[in-house]
Design a protein. Structure first.
Length: 126
């Protein structure tokens, strides 16, 4: 069995044996309590303003007209909405966020700007 490098994270040792100054020199495990809430996943979401709702495959793809469009494994098993906005151009949305556009001929997704990124307004001219 290969030994972990010195100083490598060891979950059991670091949570149960190594005291932390911010915890009054207690070990983190002494302060841990499991959440009383059960995670049930995301609720089903429908897309009434889109042309189709499709489920993302486990490998992160949308299957459209026997073609595969790579989206992201992050969305595996989730339903996304697709809406045709021009000839051969489709908008992909997840819940309330537009993710990007794909061309149904090239099957390439062009992502939009990160909807979760910082919202910085441009500086106004003086």
């Amino acid at each position: 069995m290969e030994k972990a490098p010195e100083g490598a994270f060891n979950k059991t040792r670091d949570l149960n044996e190594r005291p932390h100054q911010a915890l009054g020199m207690d070990c983190p495990a002494q302060h841990y309590a499991p959440s009383p809430h059960t995670y049930t996943g995301l609720p089903d979401h429908d897309y009434p303003f889109h042309d189709k709702a499709v489920t993302v495959t486990t490998c992160g793809r949308i299957c459209y007209n026997r073609k595969k469009i790579n989206l992201s494994q992050v969305f595996a098993g989730q339903t996304v909405g697709i809406k045709q906005v021009e000839d051969h151009i489709w908008l992909v949305s997840f819940v309330d966020y537009d993710l990007g556009y794909f061309d149904d001929e090239t099957c390439r997704l062009e992502p939009l700007q990160n909807p979760f990124g910082p919202k910085v307004l441009p500086m106004s001219p003086v």
